[in-house]
Structures are given as structure tokens and as C-alpha cells.
Design a protein around this ligand. Structure first.
Ligand code: ATP
Length: 311
């Protein structure tokens, strides 16, 4: 991972007044500029803390990545991908965790991120068994909107799943974990690396080791199914024949419009998946937003409307 570069990420306005003991002299932030509060959780190569910037009192999630661990497990590329994709996405969308600053010391890399106080959507699904159809509609719409922005910036996530969908103070979605994120070259050609999580793996990844923007829409179909049914649509790689043959069924009472939407997302041909088609095609992003399942959604006020109660 190259030296941290705070250039694209502006320091806070009151940075100059910082009383931090050990602030760096070149105007860069250091760990001493933050108060580390509780630990939010651990990842495979990082620990995430709830932190506060002393100068402003603003709270963040601070991801600390152990450099030695990164090197030992050859995860440098993952950390770099996470940083690069987040820098590319900037502060452009409320549904995507924003990277505010990065810095490092001798032992660790630090990523200062938006704090999502209400944890992972996965926890809510597990706790409640499944979500109400109103909740599913709201969260699916937020994921669609965030994906639209992400893809317009040439970024694909490649590991969308409820563990990577965090909830902020207002219980709105913040997509995180861009370690498998990929910035597409101009053509948006498929990428050739096997990444992702078994239950959300698309047929093209299984068959050709390829993923593209469209693979994020496959994962979206799996997530919508899971939020409603309270279980995975495919259990994992052991289901690979079922994934390829689209062998799955809906439990009784499953919302009709949601079924129709999921059928249009869990399509074998990545080019014909709803949301993934070129603009003007019957499968483009507008067609996805206009799907009857979303008819109650006001896309303009989606990020200011209150979240339905999680039940
Ligand atoms: P892996 O790195 O193996 O994919 P992970 O994505 O869970 O695992 P981290 O991104 O390091 O790893 O996150 C560790 C924990 O911290 C997770 O439980 C996650 O919910 C929590 N977390 C991560 N980012 C934030 C954030 N911005 N706000 C609040 N909690 C967060």
C-alpha cells in the first residue's frame, strides 16, 4: 500500500485549532487527533473502532489495519482496493460509507469512515427472522439507488450481502466493505477474479470466473429474497447446479411483485438482468426503478424519508 495520501480528502475546517499533543507538523492527521472509544468489531485483517476527532467532536468509524498481518496474508491489494474504490466514490452518495481520511503509523493503516451506528442489516434479519415488506421495499430501493451511483462511477462491489449493508443513525443503508471493489476500465468489461461470498455468487462467476456490474444485481436478487424469506435463496457453492439452473422456489405467501422482481434479477444472462442493461434497453436502471415493486417509492426523497420501523 503506498503512502497515505490525504490530497483528495479535505482535512476538517477546524483542523488548525486542534490541540492534539502529537499532531503531525505537515498538516496531516494522525491517530493522536482521535479519541478511540469502543471497538465496533473485527474483520479478517482489521479492527474497527468508534472514534472521535478531538478538534471537532465529530464521530467516525476508524478502521485500523495491521500492516504486518496485511503483509503476512498478502492482503495488500485488498486494502488498496478498498481505499481506491472509496476515494473514487467520494462523498457522492448517502448510501455509501464515505472515507474521510487515511493515515498510517509504523504498525497500522487507518481509514476514517462514516460511522454507521446501527450495525449490520444481517443482524436485524437474524434477530427478526425476516423483514416486513415495507422495510424490504425501502432497503431494496436504497440499495438500488446506491448501486446506480456506484456503477455510474465505474465501481463494482462484488461482495454485496447483508453483512456489508450497515445502518446509520436514521436506519438508512450505508454500503461498506469495498475490499473486493473494482474500478472498471472504460469498457466495463467483466473482471476475472473469483471473489465474493458463496450464497450470493452469480452463475457467471461460477462458470467463467467473471463478474461485472450485473453480478451486483444478482446479489441484490439474493438479498431481497433473504430479507423476505429469512433464508438464503441458494445455500452456497454446494448449490452450484441449482444456481446455474435457477432452481429455487418461493415460500408460500411471498409478495407477488417481489417474486417478479427477483425473477428478473436472478437471470442467467448477466446482460439481461434487470438494472444491468444498457440505457434504453428493457433491462436498464430506469426499468429497475420503475418495477411495480417500487411503485410506492419516491426516489427523490428516498434519503430523507424516515425509514419504516424495522419489524
Ligand atoms: P472482512 O474484512 O473479513 O470482510 P468485515 O467486513 O466484517 O470482515 P471490517 O470492515 O473490518 O471487517 O468490519 C469489522 C466490524 O466493524 C464489522 O462487524 C462491521 O459491522 C463493523 N464496522 C465496519 N465498518 C463500520 C462503520 N463504518 N460503522 C460502524 N461499524 C462498522
Amino acid at each position: 500500500v503506498p503512502d497515505d495520501d490525504q490530497a483528495p480528502l479535505k482535512p476538517p475546517a477546524s483542523r488548525a485549532q486542534s490541540k492534539s499533543r502529537n499532531s503531525s507538523v505537515n498538516g496531516r492527521l494522525t491517530a493522536d487527533d482521535f479519541e478511540f472509544l469502543d471497538e465496533l468489531g473485527e474483520g479478517s485483517y482489521s479492527t474497527v473502532y468508534h472514534g472521535r476527532l478531538r478538534a471537532t467532536g465529530q464521530e467516525y468509524a476508524i478502521k485500523r489495519i495491521d500492516k504486518a498481518h496485511l503483509k503476512r496474508h498478502q492482503k495488500e491489494a485488498t486494502a488498496l482496493a478498498e481505499k481506491n474504490t472509496l476515494v473514487r466514490l467520494g462523498s457522492g452518495h448517502p448510501g455509501i460509507v464515505r472515507l474521510h481520511w487515511t493515515f498510517q503509523d509504523e504498525w497500522s493503516l487507518f481509514f476514517v469512515l462514516d460511522l454507521a451506528r446501527n450495525g449490520e442489516l444481517q443482524t436485524r434479519i437474524s434477530r427478526m427472522g425476516s423483514l416486513s415488506i415495507e422495510c424490504v421495499r425501502y432497503y431494496s430501493a436504497q440499495i438500488v439507488d446506491a448501486l446506480g451511483y456506484m456503477h455510474s462511477k465505474g465501481v463494482i462491489h462484488r461482495d454485496l450481502k447483508p453483512e456489508n449493508l450497515l445502518l446509520d443513525d436514521a436506519f438508512r443503508i450505508k454500503i461498506t466493505d469495498f475490499g473486493t471493489g473494482k474500478i472498471l476500465d472504460s469498457g466495463g468489461e467483466p473482471t476475472k477474479t473469483f471473489v465474493g461470498t458463496a450464497q450470493y455468487v452469480s452463475p457467471e462467476l461460477l462458470e467463467h470466473n467473471e463478474s461485472s456490474k450485473s453480478s451486483d444485481f444478482w446479489a441484490l436478487g439474493c438479498i431481497i429474497y433473504q430479507m423476505i424469506a429469512g433464508r438464503f435463496v441458494f445455500r452456497g457453492l454446494s448449490d452450484w447446479q441449482k444456481i446455474k439452473q435457477l432452481e429455487y422456489s418461493f415460500p408460500e405467501g411471498f409478495d407477488d411483485q417481489a417474486q417478479d422482481l427477483i425473477r428478473k434479477l436472478l437471470v442467467r444472462d448477466p446482460d439481461q438482468r434487470l438494472g444491468a442493461g444498457p440505457p434504453g434497453s428493457p433491462w436498464d436502471m430506469d426499468a429497475l426503478r420503475n418495477h411495480p415493486f417500487f411503485s410506492g417509492i419516491n426516489w427523490r426523497t428516498l434519503w430523507t424519508d424516515p425509514a419504516p420501523p424495522l419489524e
